[in-house]
Design a protein around this ligand. Structure first.
Ligand SMILES: *Cc1c(COP(=O)(O)O)cnc(C)c1O
Length: 406
């Protein structure tokens, strides 16, 4: 990953198909588009490949999460359980529909800790939203069990894990609804785009309408569509969908390269005995976008980061604890509920209360956690070299820390 590393002839071909007709909008213009429907084709390709009954593609992963929440009719008075480690879009989407993001600790899966989820459930809880971070999955059996017991929706944010599976099923197709992102740095990219996947026709219809001004899409004349509810414009363009289609059709090729390079990189890092790896609840299903690893303490992790920087092998590795976008520690705007538009006072107070809870259990994991992105472009030799150089830097850092203590 990311998918743009492998743009080529098929991406150009599908874009040219659209430019030949000039119809770059995904709905309507049935005559002039001469049978070219890239967004619809992409939806069918996703549904067929991943085994979802319905797929609806939209303008971004964020739009997909917002539309999925709206389709579950989540809003005022509802709570959505989500992890402390995710992309900011997760809480943005929950707040956008007027619901409260209930932040819950992560464990060494780097996703929701099921015990912490149980403790966070209240009569207002409507949905659990695990985020399948860095190419790999949440503890789905445990979360599904909780949802069943408490009659909650399960929304899988699989924006970072297109193509990963859990016990043979593709992530995003297991819960009531799932979402993907095709933004520029994701496994499959179309510049900006996203998808909502579900096996439930009602959820599909609502997400489809919501993301296109509430259109019911029942007739052949777009102008005559009815609007049973208020929606917005989260439509994808045909140009974006064309790139997405080309990329998605190459998913198995992409996954194959990542798995190969991931294995090589992980093997090299395994040579350092102090390194442990993220717990992956179904290793066969890992989409292998990253190797996520831990050192025993925050101090050692920081020392390793500093040494990798010095040795010029830090690029592609992210120390999440210092990262602005992905972990609660740096989400100051959320902690203050800073928004341009006034939030309902109840929502604002709830957001502030949630974001300022004690997350020491998450800190204990994230302060020791580094994810190294796996490139599609590495040869086997380059993957090995990268791993060996990283391992050498980490060993050096560990040795220096031991010396310091003596
Ligand atoms: C990328 C991402 C999103 C949002 O996707 P965009 O297409 O960038 O809007 C949502 N959730 C997670 C976990 C992501 O990584």
């Amino acid at each position: 990953m990311p998918g743009y590393e492998l743009f080529g002839a098929s991406e150009r071909k599908h874009v040219n198909d659209v430019m030949e007709t000039g119809i770059i909008m995904r709905f309507g213009f049935d005559g002039p588009r001469k049978g070219v429907w890239k967004a619809k084709e992409l939806e069918k390709a996703i549904s067929d490949k991943l085994g979802a009954k319905y797929t609806h593609v939209v303008s971004s992963g964020t739009a997909a999460v917002v539309s999925a929440l709206a389709a579950l009719e989540i809003g005022y008075g509802d709570e959505v359980i989500m992890p402390t480690f995710t992309f900011v879009a997760s809480f943005e989407a929950v707040i956008a529909v007027g619901a409260v993001p209930v932040l819950v600790d992560v464990d060494e899966t780097l996703t929701l800790d099921p015990d912490a989820v149980r403790k966070a459930i209240t009569p207002k809880t409507k949905c659990i939203m695990p985020v399948h971070m860095c190419g790999s999955m949440a503890d789905m059996d445990a979360l599904m069990q909780i949802c069943k017991e408490h009659k909650l929706f399960l929304l899988e944010d699989a924006c970072q894990s297109t193509g990963a599976t859990y016990k043979g099923k593709y992530l995003g197709t297991i819960g009531d609804v799932g979402t993907f992102s095709f933004d520029f740095v994701k496994t499959v990219t179309c510049g900006e785009g996203g998808a909502i996947l579900t096996n439930n026709e009602d959820i599909y219809r609502k997400a489809d309408g919501f993301s296109d001004h509430g259109h019911d899409h029942k007739g052949v004349d777009r102008g005559a569509d009815l609007h049973p509810f208020i929606g917005y414009n989260f439509r994808i363009s045909e140009l974006h969908a064309a790139v997405g289609l080309a990329q998605f059709l190459r998913l198995d090729e992409f996954l194959g390269i990542m798995r190969r390079n991931h294995t090589i990189l992980k093997e090299a890092l395994s040579e350092v005995p102090e390194i442990s790896f993220r717990r992956i609840t179904d290793p066969a299903g890992d989409s292998c976008t990253h190797v996520s690893w831990f050192l025993p303490t925050e101090a050692l992790t920081r020392a390793a980061v500093a040494m990798m920087k010095e040795d010029n092998v830090l690029a592609g590795s992210i120390y999440w604890y210092e990262h602005n976008w992905h972990y609660i520690r740096k989400w100051d705007h959320l902690k203050k509920a800073s928004s341009l538009n006034a939030l309902h006072p109840e929502l604002k107070a709830a957001v502030i209360a949630q974001a300022n809870k004690d997350f020491s259990a998450s800190d204990a994991v994230i302060s020791r956690s580094i994810s190294t992105a796996v490139s599609y472009l590495w040869t086997e030799e380059q993957a090995r070299e990268r791993g060996e150089k990283m391992a050498a830097a980490i060993r050096k850092a560990l040795a220096a820390s031991v010396t310091l203590k003596v």
